[in-house]
Design a protein around this ligand. Structure first.
Ligand code: SAM
Length: 283
């Protein structure tokens, strides 16, 4: 039984990093005319009201997207990301936050396709409702995204991005993501893969980046730590995105954005970032 609901966390520092990278990846794929697919294996509900009982309870967005909302000095890539958040907030105030499916949809052209998987029955219903009017460009499956991924790869157009964004509420997710990536690369070696992971004090989280680096020889790893890990080991102090077959422009873009994110989203002296790529590893 799944208990994680993304509504409690929507717009937090981890969403900022994840959705910033997602927008960069889909926009890059859109630079060539040939159609592409986006597969979101853990799609969530698609959109979140920030004044809902769930989001309002933890108010995580206040230390995330809300810290960027009024800024006038955003680096271009963050401004692009924030323009999509504004699209869900046409009246000016920050009241709602789009999930990964909307960030993806808004960057697609008519010829591109979006495939969404969500296992939690309530969130899957909300997701289907949010994309009811999207037509045949979007297919929502209330199903296991790891299994679903096998069925949709390779996409018929042989171009695509896969976002894998589990909640890691089950420890097995750390093994599942490795297996899913290995399997997906066998089916579709040229795909772009973006995996999100939380920085926690648990050993599985700590070991994941090193395990991911062994899955492929073309990767980029970015992580944002917003605070010193808590002494009691509780809570998430940061998160990372691991991208396989990244666009060559991504490293340069993130090199500009990450110091800015640390200065705006960091909450103590333990804040910092990691930005590394396969080309430089071992140098
Ligand atoms: N990708 C979303 C976004 O960025 O807006 C957030 C996703 S949230 C971190 C993880 C989601 O995965 C939750 O909604 C959870 O119900 C769902 N989930 C958990 N296990 C799953 C599985 N095996 N297949 C598909 N969805 C799953």
């Amino acid at each position: 039984m799944l208990s994680y609901r993304h509504a409690f966390h929507a717009g937090n520092h981890a969403d900022v990093l994840k959705h910033l990278v997602l927008v960069q990846l889909t926009q890059y794929l859109g630079q060539k005319e040939k159609p592409f697919w986006v597969v979101d294996t853990h799609a969530g509900a698609g959109a979140y009201a920030l004044d809902s009982a769930q989001a309002g309870k933890l108010q995580e967005y206040r230390d995330g997207v809300a810290r960027l909302w009024e800024r006038k000095d955003l680096p271009p890539a963050l401004a692009e990301y924030l323009a999509f958040v504004r699209r869900m907030n046409p009246t000016g105030g920050l009241k709602a936050y789009p999930g990964s499916p909307f960030f993806a949809l808004w960057t697609l052209r008519e010829q591109d396709r979006l495939r969404l998987f969500e296992l939690h029955s309530k969130d899957a219903r909300l997701l289907a409702g949010n994309f009811e009017s999207a037509g045949k460009q979007v297919i929502v499956a209330p199903a296991d995204g790891f299994a679903g991924l096998k069925a949709v790869l390779p996409p018929p157009t042989r171009r695509g991005l896969v976002l894998i964004d589990p909640s890691y509420e089950e420890k097995q997710d750390y093994d599942r993501v490795i297996r899913a990536l290995k399997d997906a690369l066998e089916r579709f070696s040229g795909g772009v893969y973006a995996l999100w992971y939380p920085q926690l004090t648990r050993i599985e989280s700590h070991e994941l980046p090193a395990r991911l680096k062994r899955v492929s020889d073309k990767w980029l790893h970015v992580a944002l730590r917003v605070r010193t890990p808590a002494k009691d080991g509780f809570g998430m102090h940061g998160s990372g995105m691991f991208v396989i077959n990244p666009p060559w422009t991504l490293h340069e873009t993130l090199a500009e954005v990450m110091p800015y994110l640390v200065s705006v989203l960091g909450t103590d002296a333990g804040a910092g970032y990691v930005l590394e790529r396969s080309e430089d590893a071992g140098k």
